[in-house]
Structure formats: structure tokens, C-alpha cells
Design a protein around this ligand. Sequence first.
Ligand SMILES: Cc1cc2nc3c(=O)[nH]c(=O)nc-3n(C[C@H](O)[C@H](O)[C@H](O)COP(=O)(O)OP(=O)(O)OC[C@H]3O[C@@H](n4cnc5c(N)ncnc54)[C@H](O)[C@@H]3O)c2cc1C
Length: 234
Amino acid sequence: MVPQRSFTVSVIEVVRETADTHSIVLVPAAADAHLFDFEPGQFLTLQVPSEQAGGAARPYALSGSGPVGEPMRVTVRRKRGGYASNWICDHLRVGDQIDVLPPEGTFGPTAVEDRDLLLVAEEIGVASVMSLLAARLRAGRRRVTLLYVHAGASVLFGEELAALERRYDGRLDVLHLSDPGPLATDAEVIRARLAGAPGPDVVVCGPPALLDVATRAAADAGVPAARLWAQSRA
Ligand SMILES: Cc1cc2nc3c(=O)[nH]c(=O)nc-3n(C[C@H](O)[C@H](O)[C@H](O)COP(=O)(O)OP(=O)(O)OC[C@H]3O[C@@H](n4cnc5c(N)ncnc54)[C@H](O)[C@@H]3O)c2cc1C
């Protein structure tokens, strides 16, 4: 396999979203712009500098909820003892440059289907579903529900989601579930939502335990495997 080539992009904005989470907005050089068109659900691999040979390459979901053509945004939560996530949050500033691989991967429905969309995300997992949520709101006509499991105090994208709920009056429903909360409750809520919206696409991103209950609840509700996408984020 031919190794992918990396490109240098510039940091044009850094947002401290919560105490331990930063969003970084990146733009490529004009000559490389055509390589950085991205699809909802894709990720960018940041090549974090390091004294170790080869640096530290880590994938981060493209988390933007804006219109097509907006600059790329990734949202990074510090991992305790982690190398790259802490380096990004500690070091990247507006005007800096960093090497990245062009957007890649597929996660979630690739086309905007005429179907409801149910997203289930826990904590940083929400970064991986934001672009799918926004794309379906922009281009679709059906309802989007986000079951968002989080610890509560400072909610990642809380204001952004509230603004989207107002903007797409009645089509976006964000339901906040507490973490740590009983997984049985999460499963019950997921089942209730699925019962109320037959035939949705279902996308899940979170720790393995949530993936387990959500995918089981979806299967029990008759969601076919082809309409179910799940990605683990510990
Ligand atoms: C598809 C996908 C999308 C993702 N999206 C997101 C997202 O949107 N947001 C998010 O926060 N996370 C996301 N992640 C997780 C993210 O990629 C990282 O795994 C996470 O940030 C933890 O990385 P870390 O380097 O901080 O931690 P670790 O990878 O746990 O860091 C420890 C590792 O770093 C190595 N290390 C230690 N020191 C050095 C050094 N000096 N140089 C080089 N290596 C060193 C150690 O050997 C050890 O293996 C995603 C993961 C995937 C697979």
C-alpha cells in the first residue's frame, strides 16, 4: 500500500469548549484545498510532533456542524496520560501549522435518506456525530434525535445543539441522559425512541458498554444491520 502523503494546514481558531476539550479549526493551503473536501462522518489524522521517530498520528472526527465548505474543525478531549490529545490542547494556537492526512473514513449513512435519524453518543463521541446530524438537518426533511449521554456540568456543544434545535424548529430533538447513569435507562430510552420512529437510521458512538446496549436495543426494535452504524470511543 502506498503511504498517504500529509499536508501542512494552518490553525485559524482554537475554542476551549469545556475544561478538558478544545476544538481546533484548520484550513489547508489554497493549492491543497481540493484534497480537503470532506463528507459527514469522516475524520482527519493529525500528525502530532514528538521527539519519537515518526511522531504521533491520531485520528479526530471532523466535528463541524456548519454548511458544506466550512473550514475543518476537530474536537479533542484530553486523555489522562495520553500524549497527542494533551499536546494538542496544550500547544496548538491560532497561526500554528500542523501536518495532517486528508479526510478519510466512512461513518454513518453516506446519502441523505428520507428517513428519521437516531444518534446515540456519549461524551466525546458527540464530536463524531455532529457532522451527520447537521447534514441530515440541512438536506433532509425528517426528524433527527440525539440521545446524548454526558456528565452534565459543562456540556460539549451544548449551546451549538440548542441553537440547531431552535433553527430547525421541531426537527431536532436533543435528549440529555446522565453519565454515569444506569445503562438500563439508556436502553429503555433508546427502545422508546425507536418504537416512536419506525425505520430510522441509527448511529452510535461511545464506550463499548453503550455500544452494546444501543446496538442490542436497535436490533430488538428491528433496525436492520445495514441501517445501524456503531463506533467505539473509550
Ligand atoms: C475514527 C476515530 C475518531 C476519533 N475521534 C476523536 C475525536 O473526535 N476526539 C477525541 O478526543 N478523540 C478521538 N479519537 C481518539 C483519538 O484518536 C486518540 O486516540 C485520543 O485522543 C488519545 O490519544 P493520546 O495520544 O492522547 O492517548 P494515547 O494514544 O493513549 O497516548 C499514549 C500513547 O502515546 C505514546 N506516547 C507517549 N509519549 C509519546 C511521545 N513523546 N511521542 C509519541 N508517542 C508517545 C505511548 O507509547 C502510548 O502508546 C478518535 C479515534 C478514532 C479511531
